[in-house]
Design a protein around this ligand. Structure first.
Ligand SMILES: [Zn+2]
Length: 174
C-alpha cells in the first residue's frame, strides 16, 4: 500500500462517515461482509456501484468529488443513492452509500491504479473488473486447458463454455 492510496482511502471514509450515524455505519459494514456491493467502478472524481438491498432491489450508488480535478485527499464528498431512506434523509448517508465507501476505500488501498483512475489518469474511464470475476475466469481457463481432451468436439465444447460464440453449437460441431 502506498502512502497516497492510504491517504485517499482514509479521507474517503472520514468524509462519508462524518455524515453517518452509528447504526447506519454498522448496517453498511454488514452489507460489505455479505458482499452486497457489486459493479464498483472508479473514474475521475467518481465512484459508482450497485448494492443489493435487503428487499432484493439493486440500488445505484454514486460518490463524487465536488471539485475538478479530483483531490488526492478527500475533504468533501457528494453521495447519491436511489433508495427510499436516501430520499427521506438528505443530510445523512444510507447504509448503501456506507457500504460502497468501505469497499472503495479497501480497493484504493490494494490497487494504486484505482487511485490514479480517481485522480483522472489515462485509464480513467476503463471499467474496474471485480477480483472475483478474474478468479472465476482463471479457474474456468485452468479447468479447460488442463483436462485431457477426449475428442476435438470436447475441445470445442470447452472453448464454448469459456466464451460462448454467436452461433449455434449444434451446427458447428466438428
Ligand atoms: Zn441507499
Amino acid at each position: 500500500m502506498t502512502e497516497a492510496s492510504r491517504a485517499l482511502s482514509e479521507s474517503l471514509q472520514a468524509a462519508v462517515f462524518g455524515h453517518t450515524s452509528g447504526a447506519v455505519l454498522a448496517r453498511g459494514r454488514g452489507y460489505v461482509k455479505r458482499n452486497r456491493v457489486t459493479e464498483l467502478r472508479v473514474s475521475a472524481g467518481r465512484i459508482r456501484a450497485r448494492v443489493l438491498g435487503s428487499d432484493g432491489e439493486r440500488y445505484r450508488v454514486e460518490l463524487t468529488a465536488p471539485q475538478t480535478p479530483a483531490p488526492p485527499v478527500i475533504t468533501k464528498i457528494r453521495w447519491n443513492c436511489d433508495c427510499l431512506y436516501a430520499a427521506e434523509h438528505r443530510r445523512g448517508t444510507c447504509k448503501h452509500v456506507v457500504a460502497v465507501a468501505l469497499v472503495a476505500a479497501r480497493r484504493f488501498e490494494r490497487a494504486d491504479a484505482l487511485r490514479r483512475r480517481w485522480m483522472g489518469g489515462a485509464a480513467a474511464e476503463a471499467p474496474e473488473a471485480e477480483p472475483e470475476e478474474f478468479t472465476a475466469l482463471a479457474e474456468r481457463l485452468l479447468a479447460a486447458f488442463t483436462a485431457p481432451p477426449v475428442s476435438a468436439e470436447d475441445v470445442l465444447v470447452r472453448a464454448i463454455a469459456i466464451a460462448p460464440p454467436p452461433f449455434s453449437v449444434r451446427e458447428t460441431r466438428v
